[in-house]
Design a protein around this ligand. Structure first.
Ligand SMILES: *Cc1c(COP(=O)(O)O)cnc(C)c1O
Length: 449
């Protein structure tokens, strides 16, 4: 069999046996699947030796490249030491060290780490912990949640309750216990003469109105600080997060920061909340925390939350668990990731790389069909202005194909093109990314004319 025939065979077998995520499988009758054979640095290589720059960090998880030698070495040692042990009744070094180091990164404000395996579970854990904290304190009636318009917090049935993306939610509507939805602080909503802070202030007003009326029934508000990623990289001013903190304190509502996508340096600081100079009551981490290696999520919480469960009565404890809670391999990958942050001055390097990429992308701002070219930390995005609604419907898939032809792995969200690359691109890779993003965009537009 020649190599290309064998790749086609793998793809055909995948389409028969593997149900791919977030995918209408029928679209693959014409859309290619990339048969990834290996990864090295920012690049993925297919079975035929073609390479693709992983410009979206494989769904926002990969921070320091594929097959990173330092993370690999840490995992190999861990593998020969302890692959897994249950975390109820037992403990192990990687879980303890990771919990302590994350707590220290929050100035010891969020010193209690609860482990799970994916982002949606972390969100559900934070919701359950919030409700149960209030219940243990005698506030049984606080059982409602608040989310922000266009928010995304995962796709399990509980997490969909605080998610506001119609595409993921509508089909399951009858199964869902809905949260209150408050106005989005998306800076693109600025009226003439307004800036991002004004939009944030207006959005906070809608929270105040809701809290004024119902705070005795509300347990928590959940927010993606600085960037609502799945909504299409909707960015807001940090004053919104500071304002939420103040309102939550004033009305006795927990603040849950979902930093699953924006944590671990994505927005320029290790935690996005740092830019608002506030800490939430719960902070959810996943995606980048294991460097993109292994499924891991963590909910960090404050002493007061922990204390509300500490009792002789078993039922007042937090009895939630997952089979792989605190998996040592995943924790080790996370520790190796934190080591890279500590030893390589990653945040400062990222700021320089982002400035380079921003300059290279700047001419796109003059493109007649580009709107809202924007950036937060290592996240870059722009919206395609398309007149034909049918072109808008297929834009993302067509862009993906044109990008692959130019050695880029990019999957727009609707008509929003975004870049969320690993932190390790060198100057020539940054230049290639900017140049070919533009070429891909023009090729996609040309096809629709
Ligand atoms: C990805 C994501 C989640 C869900 O994480 P999964 O691991 O996919 O369940 C939740 N919140 C945000 C902000 C995310 O980006």
């Amino acid at each position: 069999m020649n190599p290309s025939a064998s790749t086609e065979d793998w793809v055909a077998r995948s389409l028969r046996a593997v149900w791919h995520p977030c995918t209408q499988m029928k679209h693959h009758e014409r859309l290619p699947l990339v048969a990834v054979a290996r990864g090295a640095g920012a690049w993925l290589y297919d079975r035929d030796g073609h390479r693709y720059l992983d410009a979206i960090s494989s769904w926002w998880v990969n921070l320091f490249g594929h097959a990173n030698p330092r993370i690999n070495a840490a995992l190999k040692t861990q593998l020969d030491t302890l692959e897994h042990a249950m975390l109820a009744g037992c403990t192990h070094e990687p879980a303890v060290e990771l919990a302590e180091r994350l707590g220290a990164l929050t100035d010891h404000t969020l010193g209690h780490a609860f482990f799970a395996s994916d982002g949606a579970s972390a969100v559900e854990i934070a919701l359950k912990m919030s409700f149960h904290t209030w219940r243990n304190r005698g506030f049984d009636e606080k059982r409602e949640f608040v989310c922000v318009a266009n928010s995304y917090h995962g796709e399990t049935i509980g997490a969909l309750g605080v998610t506001d993306v119609a595409l993921f939610k509508d089909a399951y509507d009858p199964l869902i216990r809905h949260a209150h939805v408050v106005a989005s602080p998306d800076a693109r909503h600025a009226q003439p003469g307004e800036n991002a802070q004004d939009v944030a202030r207006r959005a906070l007003d809608s929270v105040r109105v809701l809290f004024e009326a119902r705070s005795t029934k509300i347990a928590a508000l959940i927010v993606e600080p600085l960037v609502q990623c799945a909504a299409g990289m909707a960015m807001h001013d940090a004053s919104y997060i500071a304002g939420l903190r103040a309102l939550c304190d004033q009305y006795g509502v927990h603040l849950i920061a979902d930093e699953i996508a924006v944590g671990c340096g994505r927005t320029g600081t290790f935690f996005a909340c740092e830019q608002a100079q506030v800490w939430p009551d719960f902070l959810c981490l996943s995606k980048g925390i294991s460097g993109g290696y292994l499924p891991l999520s963590i909910v960090l919480s404050r002493d007061e939350i922990y204390a509300a469960f500490y009792d002789d009565d078993t039922a007042r404890g937090f009895l939630h668990s997952h089979s792989y809670t605190g998996n040592p391999l995943a924790c080790r990958a996370a520790l190796a990731t934190l080591d890279l942050f500590a030893s390589d001055d990653v945040l400062a390097t990222n700021a320089r790389k982002s400035a380079t990429l921003r300059a290279a992308l700047a001419p796109l701002g003059e493109h007649p069909q580009v709107r809202n070219l924007r950036q937060c930390g290592t996240i870059f995005a722009f919206d395609a202005a398309l007149d034909d609604p049918n072109a808008a419907k297929t834009f993302s898939r067509r862009f993906f194909e044109h990008a692959l032809q130019r050695e880029l792995l990019l999957r727009p969200i609707g008509t929003t093109v975004y870049l969320m690359p690993p932190y390790i691109l060198d100057d020539s890779e940054l230049d290639l990314l900017a140049t070919r993003t533009r070429e891909t965009f023009d090729a996609t537009l040309k096809e629709t004319r």
